[in-house]
Design a protein around this ligand. Sequence first.
Ligand code: PEP
Ligand code: MG
Length: 555
Amino acid sequence: MPDLALRLSGLAVSPGTGAGPVHSLAPPPSLPAQADVVVDAVAETARAVAALEQVAADLERRASGATATAADVLEAQALIARDPVLAESVAGRVLDGAGAPWAIDAALREQQAVFVEMGGYLGERAADLDDIRARAVALLLGVPMPGVPSPGVPFVLVADDLAPADTALLDRAMVRALVTARGGPTSHTAILARALGIPAVVGCRGILDLPDGTTVRVDGTAGTVSAIRAEEVAAVQAEADAERVAAVAASGPGRTSDGHPVKLLRNIGSSEDLVGTEGDDGFEGVGLFRSEFLYLGRTTAPSGDEQEQAYRKLFEAVGGAKVVVRTLDAGADNPLPFLGLGDEENPALGVRGLRVARRRPEVLAEQLGAVARAAIATGADVWVMAPMVSTVDEAADFAEQAHAVGLPRAGAMVEVPAAALQAARLLEVVDFLSIGTNDLSQYALAADRMNGDLADLLDPWQPALLQLIAMCAAAGRHAGKSVSVCGEAAADPLLAPVLVGMGITSLSMSSASVPAVRAALLSRTWEDCEHLAAVALAARDAVSARTEVAAVVRR
Ligand code: PEP
Ligand code: MG
């Protein structure tokens, strides 16, 4: 019987409730130092090859149930596991006396170094070899298979933190919630959980102490994990499913219950993220197109023509709805070698985002030109905005440049506190503002957004962040211009009405977050939202802001 008083809390990063037994992500096996020299090399090689074959077959089996993108990755991994060159390299090591697990470990490490050296697509595949190695070694050592467990029943996945490879294949039907001990609101786990629509809590201290099988209820909206009896799981889950169905049933454009419109837009990284939005009567456009994917893994800049083609494809996929293109946000955690910016002591405070145009103005000019040509050719409703704007002059230069190439709507992202403080002046020179709360939290609270130990400071309910957002919204109301939120804060169904009550005109988030936010707005009047904004802004800390707003909502 679990300790029913157990209640852990962390950061609520993906809304909804999930219940079930917890099961932890198994770590990769550690390879002990090799003691004996192998005598029967033929048998040992056969053992190694059989293990690699089993890993390949397992990868293929998982590929058959995965999405197209994940299946491609898994099939490529299976090919590597079956590669005769790998088998030869393993056999050579066994002949030299290495046991099967050590031979596989060394052969794959060598191959990994070659991939890294080659760079490009193969360089990106290097990390995939870790998974093959860990799986083959676990098989040979007879220890639990690393990665996401398969307990055979729906469960709550618990981990210290999740790597992209762990999460790419999560089965929505089996994983009812995710809880990690580390990670912040913008961590990979958080973004992926929201994209998959799995309730999640991150930065949850104490979660790793729960024995596997403990039954819990995870509230991804409040950020709590509480122990429940095994007999309660089905009822708790059924209630959560009913809520989800109700959220999905709400349709149409975003609005409050009294009809005040609030555009609900999508955050995307490529046209593929729009799959599933065709024919959706609630699709109102793209509020943040992260354009970096056009540049990733490149040693030279993509040509203007190539960029134009990519934008045409995107604008056509959006079918006439609004698209906000964010110009290249390189630097900091997103270094791009072709820019030749060199190493920086403090990259988050360095030449990133719009600042790159100081050194490489032609990169921005080329991008704006390509966006403009594609916009004109497709007749799409294209808006452009610059990341990491800190001064009015920067914003004015950007807007002037965008307008000059025929892009009528040019905006500034508010990601630096200086920009929020200058919101009214920024709106004199740009057509709109979009608040990137992920970076605005990082810079306002001076807390690295990747540092899970500081997750509480990155909580979007922090009063300082809410006040900066409110300043921008007030400036927008005064100027009669649009001020949106496109950071992860917009995806929180409890916070969304608060933002709207401050005067935020549109919210942009991953597609999976839209139904819950739409339902949350539809259950409140505009006046309710204003009241919730006042409650949140009066709170002295993030936890009280969230709990006081939740208390009003549930009343
Ligand atoms: C943000 O900073 O909130 C944002 C939307 O941009 P990104 O997460 O891509 O930095
Ligand atoms: Mg940002």
